[in-house]
Design a protein around this ligand. Sequence first.
Ligand code: GLU
Length: 510
Amino acid sequence: MDNRKVRVRFAPSPTGPLHMGGVRTALFNYLFAKKNNGQFILRIEDTDQARFVEGAEDYIIASLKWCGIQIDEGIEEGGSYGPYRQSDRKELYKEFAENLINSGDAYYAFDTGEELEAMRERLKEEKSSVQQYNALTRGNMRNSLTLSEEETKKLLKENVPYVIRFKLQENEEVIVEDIIRGTVKFDTNQLDDKVLFKSDGMPTYHLANVVDDHLMKISHVIRGEEWLPSLPLHVLLYRAFGWDETKPEFAHLPLLLKPNGKGKLSKRDGDALGFPVFPLEWTDPKSGDVSRGYREDGYFPESFVNMIALLGWNPGTEEEILSMRDLTNSFELEKVHKAGAKFDHEKAKWFNHKYLSNTADEKLAKAFQLILKEKEIKVEDSFVIEIVKLIKERVNFVSDFWDQSYFFFQAPTEYDKKVVKKRWKEDTPKILSELKKQLEELENFDQSSLEILIQSFLEGKEFGMGQVMNPFRLTLVGAGIGPSVLEIAELLGKQETLNRLQTGIDNIKR
Ligand code: GLU
Protein backbone atom coordinates (compact mmCIF):
# COMPACT_ATOMS: atom_id res chain seq x y z
CA MET A 1 0.00 0.00 0.00
CA ASP A 2 2.76 2.42 0.92
CA ASN A 3 4.43 2.15 -2.45
CA ARG A 4 1.23 2.94 -4.23
CA LYS A 5 0.94 5.98 -6.39
CA VAL A 6 -1.05 8.64 -4.60
CA ARG A 7 -4.40 9.18 -6.28
CA VAL A 8 -7.07 11.12 -4.43
CA ARG A 9 -10.48 12.27 -5.47
CA PHE A 10 -12.86 15.01 -4.55
CA ALA A 11 -16.29 13.54 -5.11
CA PRO A 12 -19.02 16.13 -4.64
CA SER A 13 -22.66 15.56 -5.43
CA PRO A 14 -24.10 18.35 -7.58
CA THR A 15 -26.93 19.05 -5.16
CA GLY A 16 -26.20 22.76 -4.78
CA PRO A 17 -23.31 25.18 -4.44
CA LEU A 18 -20.11 24.02 -2.82
CA HIS A 19 -19.98 25.02 0.83
CA MET A 20 -16.64 26.24 2.22
CA GLY A 21 -16.32 22.92 4.07
CA GLY A 22 -16.47 21.23 0.68
CA VAL A 23 -13.78 23.55 -0.65
CA ARG A 24 -11.60 22.63 2.31
CA THR A 25 -12.09 18.92 1.56
CA ALA A 26 -11.07 19.54 -2.05
CA LEU A 27 -8.10 21.62 -0.93
CA PHE A 28 -6.79 19.01 1.53
CA ASN A 29 -7.08 16.35 -1.17
CA TYR A 30 -5.23 18.61 -3.58
CA LEU A 31 -2.47 19.51 -1.11
CA PHE A 32 -1.99 15.89 -0.19
CA ALA A 33 -1.78 14.88 -3.85
CA LYS A 34 0.70 17.62 -4.73
CA LYS A 35 2.84 16.97 -1.68
CA ASN A 36 3.13 13.33 -2.70
CA ASN A 37 3.49 13.78 -6.45
CA GLY A 38 0.06 12.30 -6.89
CA GLN A 39 -3.05 12.95 -8.95
CA PHE A 40 -6.09 14.96 -7.92
CA ILE A 41 -9.30 13.69 -9.47
CA LEU A 42 -12.68 15.36 -9.60
CA ARG A 43 -15.52 12.85 -9.72
CA ILE A 44 -19.10 14.04 -9.90
CA GLU A 45 -21.39 11.81 -7.84
CA ASP A 46 -24.78 12.41 -9.34
CA THR A 47 -26.55 9.10 -8.79
CA ASP A 48 -29.28 10.71 -6.72
CA GLN A 49 -31.25 12.26 -9.54
CA ALA A 50 -33.91 13.60 -7.20
CA ARG A 51 -31.39 15.93 -5.57
CA PHE A 52 -29.75 17.12 -8.78
CA VAL A 53 -29.50 20.91 -9.01
CA GLU A 54 -29.04 22.71 -12.30
CA GLY A 55 -25.76 24.58 -12.50
CA ALA A 56 -24.20 22.97 -9.43
CA GLU A 57 -21.60 21.02 -11.41
CA ASP A 58 -20.38 24.13 -13.25
CA TYR A 59 -20.34 25.99 -9.97
CA ILE A 60 -18.14 23.34 -8.34
CA ILE A 61 -15.66 23.46 -11.21
CA ALA A 62 -15.60 27.27 -11.30
CA SER A 63 -15.01 27.35 -7.52
CA LEU A 64 -12.04 25.01 -7.71
CA LYS A 65 -10.59 27.05 -10.55
CA TRP A 66 -11.00 30.29 -8.62
CA CYS A 67 -9.16 28.74 -5.67
CA GLY A 68 -6.30 27.58 -7.88
CA ILE A 69 -7.01 23.91 -7.23
CA GLN A 70 -5.97 22.20 -10.43
CA ILE A 71 -7.73 19.07 -11.50
CA ASP A 72 -5.58 16.34 -13.03
CA GLU A 73 -8.42 14.09 -14.12
CA GLY A 74 -12.07 14.99 -14.41
CA ILE A 75 -15.00 15.60 -16.69
CA GLU A 76 -13.29 18.48 -18.51
CA GLU A 77 -9.72 17.19 -18.30
CA GLY A 78 -10.44 13.56 -19.16
CA GLY A 79 -8.08 10.83 -17.98
CA SER A 80 -7.55 7.09 -18.24
CA TYR A 81 -10.15 6.17 -15.64
CA GLY A 82 -13.19 7.99 -17.01
CA PRO A 83 -15.96 8.76 -17.38
CA TYR A 84 -15.74 10.93 -14.29
CA ARG A 85 -19.43 11.60 -13.88
CA GLN A 86 -21.29 8.72 -12.25
CA SER A 87 -24.42 9.08 -14.34
CA ASP A 88 -22.17 8.43 -17.35
CA ARG A 89 -20.97 5.22 -15.68
CA LYS A 90 -24.47 4.02 -14.89
CA GLU A 91 -24.25 0.76 -16.84
CA LEU A 92 -21.30 -0.40 -14.86
CA TYR A 93 -22.70 -0.74 -11.37
CA LYS A 94 -25.42 -3.36 -11.77
CA GLU A 95 -22.95 -6.12 -12.44
CA PHE A 96 -21.11 -5.34 -9.23
CA ALA A 97 -24.35 -5.43 -7.25
CA GLU A 98 -25.25 -8.77 -8.78
CA ASN A 99 -21.82 -10.16 -8.00
CA LEU A 100 -22.52 -9.47 -4.36
CA ILE A 101 -25.85 -11.26 -4.58
CA ASN A 102 -24.11 -14.27 -6.08
CA SER A 103 -21.49 -14.30 -3.37
CA GLY A 104 -24.15 -14.04 -0.67
CA ASP A 105 -23.10 -10.58 0.45
CA ALA A 106 -26.23 -8.87 -0.76
CA TYR A 107 -29.88 -9.69 -1.32
CA TYR A 108 -33.03 -8.43 -3.02
CA ALA A 109 -35.58 -6.69 -0.84
CA PHE A 110 -39.13 -6.05 -2.04
CA ASP A 111 -40.55 -4.24 0.96
CA THR A 112 -42.79 -1.33 0.16
CA GLY A 113 -42.55 2.03 1.87
CA GLU A 114 -45.52 1.09 4.07
CA GLU A 115 -43.95 -2.19 5.08
CA LEU A 116 -40.74 -0.44 6.09
CA GLU A 117 -42.71 2.11 8.05
CA ALA A 118 -44.65 -0.68 9.80
CA MET A 119 -41.35 -2.35 10.72
CA ARG A 120 -40.08 0.85 12.30
CA GLU A 121 -43.33 1.35 14.21
CA ARG A 122 -43.22 -2.21 15.51
CA LEU A 123 -39.62 -1.87 16.66
CA LYS A 124 -40.46 1.40 18.37
CA GLU A 125 -43.37 -0.17 20.19
CA GLU A 126 -41.22 -3.08 21.26
CA LYS A 127 -38.74 -0.48 22.50
CA SER A 128 -36.09 -2.32 20.56
CA SER A 129 -32.62 -0.85 20.79
CA VAL A 130 -32.20 -1.50 17.07
CA GLN A 131 -34.29 0.38 14.53
CA GLN A 132 -32.36 -0.87 11.53
CA TYR A 133 -32.99 -3.25 8.70
CA ASN A 134 -30.30 -5.83 9.51
CA ALA A 135 -29.58 -9.32 10.81
CA LEU A 136 -31.86 -8.75 13.80
CA THR A 137 -34.88 -7.69 11.77
CA ARG A 138 -34.56 -8.76 8.13
CA GLY A 139 -35.90 -12.25 8.92
CA ASN A 140 -39.37 -10.71 9.24
CA MET A 141 -39.24 -8.79 5.97
CA ARG A 142 -39.92 -9.50 2.31
CA ASN A 143 -36.56 -10.25 0.79
CA SER A 144 -34.69 -12.96 -1.03
CA LEU A 145 -33.45 -14.30 2.31
CA THR A 146 -36.97 -15.00 3.57
CA LEU A 147 -38.68 -15.79 0.24
CA SER A 148 -38.07 -18.97 -1.71
CA GLU A 149 -35.89 -18.83 -4.79
CA GLU A 150 -38.95 -19.29 -7.00
CA GLU A 151 -40.84 -16.48 -5.33
CA THR A 152 -37.89 -14.14 -5.70
CA LYS A 153 -37.49 -15.01 -9.36
CA LYS A 154 -41.19 -14.49 -9.93
CA LEU A 155 -41.18 -11.05 -8.34
CA LEU A 156 -38.16 -10.01 -10.36
CA LYS A 157 -39.78 -11.25 -13.52
CA GLU A 158 -42.96 -9.33 -12.76
CA ASN A 159 -40.84 -6.20 -12.36
CA VAL A 160 -41.94 -5.68 -8.79
CA PRO A 161 -39.80 -2.78 -7.52
CA TYR A 162 -36.86 -3.96 -5.45
CA VAL A 163 -33.66 -2.76 -3.92
CA ILE A 164 -30.44 -4.65 -3.41
CA ARG A 165 -29.26 -4.48 0.19
CA PHE A 166 -25.88 -5.29 1.65
CA LYS A 167 -25.99 -8.23 4.04
CA LEU A 168 -24.26 -7.29 7.27
CA GLN A 169 -23.09 -10.11 9.52
CA GLU A 170 -24.60 -10.25 12.97
CA ASN A 171 -22.38 -9.34 15.94
CA GLU A 172 -19.40 -8.27 13.93
CA GLU A 173 -17.01 -5.67 15.15
CA VAL A 174 -15.62 -3.68 12.24
CA ILE A 175 -12.28 -2.11 13.07
CA VAL A 176 -10.84 0.55 10.78
CA GLU A 177 -7.72 2.68 10.92
CA ASP A 178 -8.36 6.30 10.06
CA ILE A 179 -5.30 8.50 9.45
CA ILE A 180 -6.81 11.35 11.47
CA ARG A 181 -8.98 9.58 14.01
CA GLY A 182 -6.89 6.49 14.69
CA THR A 183 -8.66 3.19 15.34
CA VAL A 184 -12.40 3.41 14.90
CA LYS A 185 -14.73 0.57 15.84
CA PHE A 186 -18.27 -0.16 14.72
CA ASP A 187 -20.79 -2.80 15.77
CA THR A 188 -22.78 -4.27 12.87
CA ASN A 189 -25.81 -4.76 15.09
CA GLN A 190 -26.16 -1.00 15.21
CA LEU A 191 -25.85 -0.60 11.46
CA ASP A 192 -28.23 -0.89 8.57
CA ASP A 193 -28.21 -3.28 5.61
CA LYS A 194 -27.80 -0.29 3.35
CA VAL A 195 -29.37 -0.14 -0.07
CA LEU A 196 -26.72 -0.53 -2.79
CA PHE A 197 -28.83 -0.54 -5.89
CA LYS A 198 -32.37 0.38 -6.86
CA SER A 199 -34.66 -1.11 -9.49
CA ASP A 200 -34.58 2.20 -11.38
CA GLY A 201 -31.13 1.02 -12.48
CA MET A 202 -29.22 3.47 -10.33
CA PRO A 203 -26.66 2.56 -7.69
CA THR A 204 -26.73 4.39 -4.38
CA TYR A 205 -23.87 6.53 -3.19
CA HIS A 206 -22.29 3.65 -1.25
CA LEU A 207 -21.99 1.22 -4.12
CA ALA A 208 -20.97 3.74 -6.75
CA ASN A 209 -18.46 5.39 -4.42
CA VAL A 210 -16.68 2.16 -3.50
CA VAL A 211 -16.74 0.71 -7.01
CA ASP A 212 -15.39 3.92 -8.49
CA ASP A 213 -12.71 4.40 -5.86
CA HIS A 214 -11.56 0.88 -6.70
CA LEU A 215 -11.73 1.25 -10.48
CA MET A 216 -10.08 4.67 -10.38
CA LYS A 217 -7.29 3.25 -8.20
CA ILE A 218 -7.84 5.75 -5.45
CA SER A 219 -5.14 5.42 -2.80
CA HIS A 220 -6.55 7.72 -0.10
CA VAL A 221 -10.12 8.71 0.64
CA ILE A 222 -10.07 12.14 2.30
CA ARG A 223 -13.53 13.44 3.09
CA GLY A 224 -15.71 15.13 5.69
CA GLU A 225 -16.50 13.62 9.04
CA GLU A 226 -20.15 13.26 8.08
CA TRP A 227 -19.11 10.20 6.06
CA LEU A 228 -17.55 8.40 9.02
CA PRO A 229 -20.75 6.41 9.74
CA SER A 230 -20.56 5.04 6.19
CA LEU A 231 -17.02 3.82 6.71
CA PRO A 232 -17.79 0.33 8.11
CA LEU A 233 -20.09 -0.40 5.19
CA HIS A 234 -17.45 0.73 2.72
CA VAL A 235 -14.79 -1.37 4.37
CA LEU A 236 -17.09 -4.40 4.33
CA LEU A 237 -17.85 -3.77 0.68
CA TYR A 238 -14.15 -3.85 -0.15
CA ARG A 239 -13.90 -7.15 1.67
CA ALA A 240 -16.97 -8.59 -0.06
CA PHE A 241 -15.62 -7.63 -3.48
CA GLY A 242 -12.26 -9.19 -2.62
CA TRP A 243 -10.49 -5.84 -2.89
CA ASP A 244 -9.02 -5.73 0.60
CA GLU A 245 -5.46 -5.63 -0.64
CA THR A 246 -5.93 -2.47 -2.64
CA LYS A 247 -8.43 -0.77 -0.37
CA PRO A 248 -7.65 2.96 0.01
CA GLU A 249 -6.58 4.51 3.27
CA PHE A 250 -9.14 6.74 4.96
CA ALA A 251 -8.95 10.18 6.53
CA HIS A 252 -12.07 11.89 7.86
CA LEU A 253 -11.73 15.66 8.25
CA PRO A 254 -13.14 17.51 11.25
CA LEU A 255 -16.34 19.51 10.90
CA LEU A 256 -16.39 23.24 10.36
CA LEU A 257 -18.21 24.80 13.28
CA LYS A 258 -20.19 28.01 13.62
CA PRO A 259 -18.19 30.98 15.00
CA ASN A 260 -19.58 30.33 18.51
CA GLY A 261 -18.43 26.72 18.29
CA LYS A 262 -21.99 25.49 18.69
CA GLY A 263 -22.87 23.14 15.88
CA LYS A 264 -21.91 22.57 12.32
CA LEU A 265 -21.55 25.51 9.95
CA SER A 266 -24.44 25.01 7.60
CA LYS A 267 -25.30 26.39 4.19
CA ARG A 268 -27.91 28.62 5.76
CA ASP A 269 -25.60 30.16 8.37
CA GLY A 270 -24.05 32.62 5.96
CA ASP A 271 -27.20 34.61 5.50
CA ALA A 272 -28.10 34.40 9.16
CA LEU A 273 -24.67 35.25 10.58
CA GLY A 274 -23.56 37.81 8.02
CA PHE A 275 -20.67 36.19 6.17
CA PRO A 276 -20.42 34.11 3.01
CA VAL A 277 -20.31 30.31 3.30
CA PHE A 278 -19.84 29.83 -0.44
CA PRO A 279 -16.70 30.56 -2.46
CA LEU A 280 -18.65 32.21 -5.28
CA GLU A 281 -21.99 33.92 -5.35
CA TRP A 282 -24.79 31.46 -6.03
CA THR A 283 -28.22 32.08 -7.47
CA ASP A 284 -30.68 29.34 -6.66
CA PRO A 285 -32.12 28.22 -10.01
CA LYS A 286 -35.57 27.61 -8.52
CA SER A 287 -36.14 30.40 -6.04
CA GLY A 288 -33.79 32.95 -7.59
CA ASP A 289 -32.37 33.60 -4.10
CA VAL A 290 -28.82 34.90 -4.20
CA SER A 291 -26.23 33.79 -1.63
CA ARG A 292 -23.06 35.76 -1.07
CA GLY A 293 -19.69 34.49 -2.23
CA TYR A 294 -16.16 35.18 -0.97
CA ARG A 295 -15.13 36.22 -4.47
CA GLU A 296 -17.90 38.80 -4.78
CA ASP A 297 -17.30 40.00 -1.22
CA GLY A 298 -13.83 41.04 -2.36
CA TYR A 299 -11.63 38.25 -1.02
CA PHE A 300 -8.52 37.32 -2.93
CA PRO A 301 -8.58 33.63 -3.80
CA GLU A 302 -5.14 33.25 -2.18
CA SER A 303 -6.35 34.62 1.13
CA PHE A 304 -9.51 32.52 1.04
CA VAL A 305 -7.46 29.39 0.40
CA ASN A 306 -4.98 30.32 3.14
CA MET A 307 -7.82 30.88 5.58
CA ILE A 308 -9.62 27.61 4.93
CA ALA A 309 -6.38 25.62 4.92
CA LEU A 310 -5.91 26.59 8.55
CA LEU A 311 -9.35 25.41 9.60
CA GLY A 312 -8.46 22.16 11.31
CA TRP A 313 -4.82 22.01 10.30
CA ASN A 314 -1.63 23.99 10.75
CA PRO A 315 1.96 23.41 9.77
CA GLY A 316 3.08 23.34 13.39
CA THR A 317 4.83 26.72 13.15
CA GLU A 318 3.71 30.23 14.03
CA GLU A 319 3.56 31.15 10.36
CA GLU A 320 0.05 31.97 9.22
CA ILE A 321 0.50 33.57 5.82
CA LEU A 322 1.01 30.63 3.52
CA SER A 323 0.87 30.49 -0.25
CA MET A 324 -0.41 27.45 -2.10
CA ARG A 325 3.21 26.42 -2.54
CA ASP A 326 3.92 26.78 1.19
CA LEU A 327 0.78 24.83 2.01
CA THR A 328 1.72 22.07 -0.40
CA ASN A 329 5.21 21.81 1.04
CA SER A 330 4.09 21.54 4.63
CA PHE A 331 0.78 19.68 4.38
CA GLU A 332 0.46 16.47 6.34
CA LEU A 333 -2.74 14.53 6.89
CA GLU A 334 -1.41 13.32 10.24
CA LYS A 335 -1.44 16.92 11.46
CA VAL A 336 -5.13 17.45 10.76
CA HIS A 337 -6.98 17.90 14.04
CA LYS A 338 -9.72 15.62 15.29
CA ALA A 339 -11.79 18.35 16.89
CA GLY A 340 -14.13 20.56 14.88
CA ALA A 341 -12.67 23.82 13.55
CA LYS A 342 -14.41 27.06 14.47
CA PHE A 343 -14.88 29.46 11.61
CA ASP A 344 -13.89 33.03 12.45
CA HIS A 345 -15.11 35.75 10.10
CA GLU A 346 -12.86 38.42 11.62
CA LYS A 347 -9.87 36.21 10.99
CA ALA A 348 -11.00 35.71 7.40
CA LYS A 349 -10.99 39.49 6.96
CA TRP A 350 -7.59 39.71 8.65
CA PHE A 351 -6.19 37.28 6.10
CA ASN A 352 -7.50 39.39 3.28
CA HIS A 353 -6.02 42.48 4.85
CA LYS A 354 -2.63 40.77 5.02
CA TYR A 355 -2.81 39.74 1.37
CA LEU A 356 -3.94 43.18 0.36
CA SER A 357 -1.08 44.87 2.16
CA ASN A 358 1.36 42.50 0.44
CA THR A 359 -0.06 43.27 -2.99
CA ALA A 360 1.86 45.72 -5.19
CA ASP A 361 0.45 49.27 -5.14
CA GLU A 362 0.27 49.28 -8.94
CA LYS A 363 -1.94 46.21 -8.94
CA LEU A 364 -4.24 47.58 -6.25
CA ALA A 365 -4.42 50.91 -8.07
CA LYS A 366 -5.55 49.11 -11.19
CA ALA A 367 -8.33 47.41 -9.28
CA PHE A 368 -9.30 50.69 -7.64
CA GLN A 369 -9.36 52.43 -11.01
CA LEU A 370 -12.19 50.08 -12.04
CA ILE A 371 -14.27 51.34 -9.14
CA LEU A 372 -13.40 54.94 -9.97
CA LYS A 373 -14.33 54.38 -13.58
CA GLU A 374 -17.76 53.19 -12.53
CA LYS A 375 -18.14 56.46 -10.68
CA GLU A 376 -16.99 58.32 -13.80
CA ILE A 377 -13.93 59.67 -12.04
CA LYS A 378 -10.94 60.10 -14.32
CA VAL A 379 -7.57 60.37 -12.59
CA GLU A 380 -3.98 59.53 -13.39
CA ASP A 381 -2.72 56.09 -12.34
CA SER A 382 0.16 57.76 -10.51
CA PHE A 383 -2.30 59.67 -8.31
CA VAL A 384 -4.26 56.51 -7.49
CA ILE A 385 -1.02 54.71 -6.64
CA GLU A 386 -0.17 57.44 -4.12
CA ILE A 387 -3.58 57.11 -2.52
CA VAL A 388 -3.36 53.34 -2.39
CA LYS A 389 0.01 53.63 -0.65
CA LEU A 390 -1.49 55.91 1.92
CA ILE A 391 -4.55 53.87 2.83
CA LYS A 392 -3.78 50.21 2.12
CA GLU A 393 -2.91 49.56 5.74
CA ARG A 394 -6.38 50.68 6.77
CA VAL A 395 -8.49 48.46 4.55
CA ASN A 396 -9.39 44.80 4.20
CA PHE A 397 -10.79 44.89 0.69
CA VAL A 398 -10.26 46.82 -2.53
CA SER A 399 -13.91 47.83 -2.22
CA ASP A 400 -13.03 49.66 1.03
CA PHE A 401 -10.71 52.02 -0.82
CA TRP A 402 -13.46 54.38 -1.85
CA ASP A 403 -14.84 54.86 1.66
CA GLN A 404 -11.35 55.62 2.92
CA SER A 405 -10.38 57.99 0.14
CA TYR A 406 -13.40 59.51 -1.63
CA PHE A 407 -12.33 62.97 -0.47
CA PHE A 408 -9.27 62.84 -2.69
CA PHE A 409 -11.55 62.78 -5.71
CA GLN A 410 -14.25 65.23 -4.71
CA ALA A 411 -14.30 68.32 -2.54
CA PRO A 412 -16.71 68.17 0.37
CA THR A 413 -20.16 69.53 -0.33
CA GLU A 414 -21.31 69.05 3.24
CA TYR A 415 -19.62 68.75 6.59
CA ASP A 416 -20.18 66.11 9.26
CA LYS A 417 -22.42 67.83 11.80
CA LYS A 418 -21.00 66.06 14.82
CA VAL A 419 -17.46 66.98 13.88
CA VAL A 420 -18.49 70.59 13.21
CA LYS A 421 -20.09 70.79 16.61
CA LYS A 422 -17.03 69.44 18.31
CA ARG A 423 -14.23 71.06 16.32
CA TRP A 424 -15.47 74.32 14.81
CA LYS A 425 -15.14 77.07 17.38
CA GLU A 426 -15.93 80.73 17.34
CA ASP A 427 -12.37 81.70 16.40
CA THR A 428 -11.77 78.86 13.92
CA PRO A 429 -12.48 80.85 10.71
CA LYS A 430 -10.01 83.51 11.84
CA ILE A 431 -7.31 80.97 12.71
CA LEU A 432 -7.73 79.10 9.42
CA SER A 433 -7.67 82.34 7.43
CA GLU A 434 -4.32 83.19 8.99
CA LEU A 435 -3.07 79.70 8.24
CA LYS A 436 -4.25 80.02 4.66
CA LYS A 437 -2.29 83.23 4.23
CA GLN A 438 0.89 81.50 5.26
CA LEU A 439 0.17 78.45 3.11
CA GLU A 440 -0.24 80.69 0.09
CA GLU A 441 3.37 81.73 0.53
CA LEU A 442 4.68 78.15 0.72
CA GLU A 443 6.62 77.17 -2.36
CA ASN A 444 7.21 73.46 -1.88
CA PHE A 445 3.85 72.08 -0.95
CA ASP A 446 5.14 68.79 0.41
CA GLN A 447 4.65 67.12 3.72
CA SER A 448 7.92 68.10 5.35
CA SER A 449 7.68 71.76 4.32
CA LEU A 450 4.08 71.77 5.48
CA GLU A 451 5.12 70.35 8.79
CA ILE A 452 7.75 73.02 9.38
CA LEU A 453 5.28 75.72 8.46
CA ILE A 454 2.58 74.39 10.74
CA GLN A 455 4.98 73.98 13.66
CA SER A 456 6.13 77.56 13.49
CA PHE A 457 2.55 78.74 12.93
CA LEU A 458 1.41 76.95 16.08
CA GLU A 459 4.34 78.19 18.13
CA GLY A 460 4.13 81.77 16.88
CA LYS A 461 0.43 82.09 17.63
CA GLU A 462 0.41 79.79 20.63
CA PHE A 463 -2.32 77.67 19.14
CA GLY A 464 -2.81 74.07 20.12
CA MET A 465 -2.36 71.35 17.52
CA GLY A 466 -5.98 70.17 17.72
CA GLN A 467 -7.30 73.69 17.51
CA VAL A 468 -5.84 74.00 14.02
CA MET A 469 -5.52 70.54 12.57
CA ASN A 470 -9.00 69.24 13.36
CA PRO A 471 -10.89 72.03 11.60
CA PHE A 472 -8.26 71.99 8.83
CA ARG A 473 -9.09 68.34 8.25
CA LEU A 474 -12.78 69.12 8.28
CA THR A 475 -12.36 71.62 5.44
CA LEU A 476 -10.38 69.14 3.35
CA VAL A 477 -12.36 65.96 4.03
CA GLY A 478 -15.78 67.11 5.22
CA ALA A 479 -15.48 64.64 8.09
CA GLY A 480 -13.12 63.53 10.82
CA ILE A 481 -11.61 60.60 8.91
CA GLY A 482 -8.60 59.83 6.75
CA PRO A 483 -4.82 59.68 6.97
CA SER A 484 -2.75 62.55 8.32
CA VAL A 485 -3.93 66.02 7.31
CA LEU A 486 -0.58 66.96 5.85
CA GLU A 487 -0.45 63.86 3.68
CA ILE A 488 -3.90 64.70 2.42
CA ALA A 489 -2.89 68.30 1.73
CA GLU A 490 0.22 67.27 -0.17
CA LEU A 491 -1.71 64.86 -2.37
CA LEU A 492 -4.49 67.35 -3.03
CA GLY A 493 -1.89 69.95 -4.01
CA LYS A 494 -1.62 73.58 -3.11
CA GLN A 495 -4.45 75.02 -5.16
CA GLU A 496 -7.04 72.44 -4.16
CA THR A 497 -6.02 72.66 -0.50
CA LEU A 498 -6.38 76.41 -0.48
CA ASN A 499 -9.72 76.23 -2.29
CA ARG A 500 -11.13 73.75 0.18
CA LEU A 501 -9.80 75.73 3.10
CA GLN A 502 -11.54 78.85 1.82
CA THR A 503 -14.79 77.03 1.04
CA GLY A 504 -14.79 75.63 4.55
CA ILE A 505 -14.12 79.01 6.13
CA ASP A 506 -16.98 80.49 4.13
CA ASN A 507 -19.52 77.70 4.58
CA ILE A 508 -19.04 75.86 7.84
CA LYS A 509 -21.46 77.23 10.38
CA ARG A 510 -21.52 76.25 14.00
N1 GLU B 1 -20.68 12.36 -2.91
C1 GLU B 1 -20.23 12.46 -1.57
C2 GLU B 1 -20.39 13.92 -1.15
O1 GLU B 1 -21.23 14.55 -1.67
C3 GLU B 1 -18.81 12.00 -1.47
C4 GLU B 1 -18.36 11.53 -0.14
C5 GLU B 1 -17.03 10.84 -0.28
O2 GLU B 1 -16.06 11.57 -0.51
O3 GLU B 1 -16.99 9.65 -0.20
O4 GLU B 1 -19.71 14.46 -0.34
